[in-house]
Ligand binder design. Structure first.
Ligand SMILES: CC[C@@H](C(=O)O)C(=O)SCCNC(=O)CCNC(=O)[C@H](O)C(C)(C)COP(=O)(O)OP(=O)(O)OC[C@H]1O[C@@H](n2cnc3c(N)ncnc32)[C@H](O)[C@@H]1OP(=O)(O)O
Ligand SMILES: [Co+2]
Length: 135
């Protein structure tokens, strides 16, 4: 695995949260994207080498809606950049981690993604990300 690709933060209102994070980080939201498959609206901010992904649910069955209902707004996942997502998925499976899909899915920002169940990663939802350009 390479660097942290982004930190995902679950928010109830992406416009309000975007304004707060713009002030906090002294930068602007550079991109928004709706990912229907995940039931989320996203907004991205960059601070130094770090990327923040704000996530608002687009329907009540979305993972983000369930998370906020249970735990409230806050850090939802940590995503790591990988060179070869299928190889990394295979490695993690062999190490006993529980993957949440058999195949990579298309995420935001032109990435292939796969999630590791938080119960198998010390209570943290982990996302693997491979740039589609890396394929
Ligand atoms: C925009 C696309 C993409 C990107 O490109 O970056 C994204 O980031 S999409 C982000 C949203 N999508 C996902 O999170 C997909 C993966 N997540 C899931 O499949 C589910 O959320 C889950 C992790 C399997 C949990 O779903 P479910 O089992 O239905 O929910 P429960 O509420 O019953 O949770 C079970 C258990 O797990 C704990 N939990 C849930 N979410 C998290 C979390 N984010 N971090 C830590 N722990 C989490 C939850 O509290 C439950 O624990 P117990 O109460 O102890 O049983
Ligand atoms: Co993410």
């Amino acid at each position: 695995m390479n660097k942290v690709e982004h930190i995902g933060i679950a928010v109830s209102d992406i416009k309000i949260a975007g304004d707060i994070y713009e002030k906090l980080l002294n930068t602007t939201v550079y991109k928004t994207e709706r990912v229907e498959q995940e039931g989320v609206e996203t907004a991205f901010l960059q601070t130094g080498p770090n990327k923040i992904e704000l996530l608002q649910a687009t329907h009540e069955d979305s993972a983000i809606a369930k998370f906020i209902a249970k735990k409230g707004e806050g850090i939802h996942h940590i995503a790591f950049d990988v060179d070869d997502i299928e190889a990394e998925m295979q490695r993690l499976k062999q190490e006993g981690f529980v993957l949440l899909s058999d195949k990579p899915k298309l995420g935001a920002d032109n990435k292939l993604v796969c999630f590791v169940h938080p119960k198998s990663a010390n209570g943290v939802l982990v996302e693997l990300c491979q740039s589609v350009d890396n394929r």
